[in-house]
Design a protein around this ligand. Structure first.
Ligand code: AN7
Length: 364
């Protein structure tokens, strides 16, 4: 009798490269295994012969890449006997932490900046029944508080300063190499706390390293390109900044937690950082939706804004294979999407055939 195979999540898939044992209880929502989609129309619009792929991490169970790290962090927290997790968040980490805590049957506390997280993320976190603590301050202030309170209360921090988060997230690089057959030439990412760029760089490096248990999968590593929002760009300033501002609220971060590791990734890979205005980020988000049918949240589009800019300028040469990570799904932030489409609001007409026919013919 044939036994059907079910995808059971990234820990099972990459178990031998992750810090779990045969008896570890895995807390999973079947995260990972996200599609790597080749763009068909945007390279033509750019007029450049490049292969651009997007790694659509918005198709994870809670709609963002955070689930990769959270399955590991919560699995390890539960293994260590923890009954509660805590994070500071610009929204996606809180949604993911809340979901995995629900799955594990433990408590989640999330600290969020009041009024500065996207609607979808708030809705999710409420539904997963986390305890939400809104602060009158930004993410960086919340992160500082989380680090302090963890010394005073029995809670495990599941921000990306938790090394298990990085281990889970590195599996995205494994999937890309497994899908493409090799590493891309360039890998473009939005950068906030810089946990994700750190994780990808770790994953790419592990696939080039041979150990007792693994031969090297490839000898190639990509150039790592980290892109920030202009109003929240500490890597461009060369120092932490205190009042980050951007419409891409996910990356409204001035004190990145993985500062040194992100600089190492940039230097070791021969990569660079750059920054883009909110208008440029939103234009990339709209372009991807309009010309490819792929709807990501604003922060995620920063990777594409950067890639397109560097392809146009020739910094990324023709003939290159480029992967852009789309970190979160567009439905996370319906407000920003609707606001930027003011010029294409729905037509409102009478419910009759002639009116519908006229509406169609007028628009063609
Ligand atoms: C969609 O949820 O920091 O550079 O608290 O949600 O690894 O921080 C979110 C970050 C990019 C930046 N894109 O990743 C949080 C949080 C989206 C994000 C980032 C985030 P890192």
């Amino acid at each position: 009798m044939s036994k059907s195979k079910h995808y059971t999540g990234l820990i099972e898939r990459y178990r031998d490269r992750l810090p779990v044992s045969a008896t570890t209880r895995i807390i999973s929502l079947n995260e990972g295994n996200t599609p790597l989609i080749q763009l068909q129309n945007i390279p033509r619009l750019l007029g450049k012969a490049v292969n651009i792929y997007v790694k659509f991490e918005g198709l994870n169970p809670t709609g963002s890449f955070k689930d990769r790290g959270m399955t590991m962090a919560v699995t390890k927290a539960v293994e260590a006997g923890s009954k509660a997790i805590i994070c500071a968040s610009t929204g996606n980490t809180s949604a993911s932490a809340a979901a995995y805590a629900a799955r594990a049957g433990i408590k989640a506390f999330v600290i969020i900046p009041e009024g500065k997280i996207a609607l979808g993320k708030l809705a999710q976190t409420l539904m997963y029944d986390a305890t939400i603590i809104q602060i009158k301050g930004n993410f960086d202030k919340g992160m500082a508080l989380v680090k302090e309170v963890a010394d005073h209360a029995p809670v495990t921090i599941v921000n990306s300063i938790n090394p298990f988060r990085i281990d889970g997230q590195k599996t995205a690089a494994f999937e890309i190499i497994d899908d493409l057959g090799d590493a891309p030439d360039y890998h473009c990412l939005p950068v906030g706390n810089a946990g994700n760029i750190t994780a990808y760089w770790k994953g790419y490096n592990e696939y080039t390293t041979s150990t007792d248990s693994h031969p090297a999968v490839t000898s190639k590593r990509p150039v790592m390109c980290g892109y920030q929002a202009a109003g929240a760009a500490p890597f461009l300033a060369g120092k932490m900044i205190d009042n980050p501002e951007t419409i891409a609220t996910a990356i409204r971060i001035g004190h990145p937690q993985s500062w040194d590791k992100a600089w190492s990734a940039q230097k070791e890979s021969g990569g660079w950082f750059d920054k883009f205005s909110d208008d440029e980020i939103l234009a990339a988000q709209k372009m991807l939706s309009q010309y490819e049918g792929i709807f990501c949240e604003p922060a995620s589009a920063t990777s594409l804004a950067g890639a397109c800019h560097d392809i146009r300028s020739g910094k990324i040469p023709e003939g290159s294979t480029i992967v852009c990570t789309l970190t979160g799904v567009g439905l996370k932030d319906p407000d920003t999407a609707i606001k930027q489409c003011v010029d294409s609001q729905p037509l409102t007409i009478e419910a009759e055939l002639t009116a519908v026919k006229k509406a169609i013919l007028d628009t063609m």
